[in-house]
Design a protein around this ligand. Structure first.
Ligand code: CMP
Length: 140
């Protein structure tokens, strides 16, 4: 199985509520390595560009307001099958539909304020990692 990288975000709601440590514990105790990490208070242009694929969706404005209201912790995770494994740990986008024990079930409040983000495929992961991390921080 391939070693992959994926982008993970502890979103502003999770940072506000003091869940950074528990989220990192879930990552590390599930054999995913944190390859890079930054705390960033996203500006609107940064959030708009990152979520550009959702620009025409009805929830876009609410999503950008949420993602820019406080700092996020942004990480690159690395490991075997990391993209799918991080998505499994996160659970479904809507915390109400997420499986018991997943991070969104434990810490998410709504479909917008859902605590964590993860890339949805290899191409997205490449785009999202490059959006936040210069090559020298992730070993190119
Ligand atoms: P995320 O995985 O970061 O990707 C897009 C985000 O938009 C999603 O998590 C949610 O925070 C937010 N969002 C709000 N409403 C919806 C919706 N109806 N469908 C998908 N994502 C939504």
């Amino acid at each position: 199985m391939a070693i992959e990288r994926t982008l993970a975000i502890c979103k502003p709601d999770a940072v506000e509520r003091g869940h950074i440590g528990e989220i990192i514990r879930a990552i590390e105790s599930n054999q995913l390595k944190i390859r890079a990490m930054r705390m960033v208070h996203l500006t609107r242009p940064m959030a708009d560009g990152f979520y550009a694929v959702h620009r025409d969706r009805a929830f876009f404005r609410e999503l950008i307001d949420f993602m820019t209201r406080g700092p996020s912790v942004i990480m690159v995770l690395e490991g075997e099958n990391a993209i799918a494994r991080w998505r499994e740990l996160m659970g479904a986008t809507d915390p109400a539909k997420a499986a018991e024990g997943t991070l969104r079930k434990r810490f998410g409040a709504s479909i917008t304020e859902n605590a964590v983000h993860g890339s949805d495929g290899p191409e997205t992961a490449r785009f999202e990692i490059a959006w936040f991390f210069p090559g020298y921080e992730v070993g190119y």
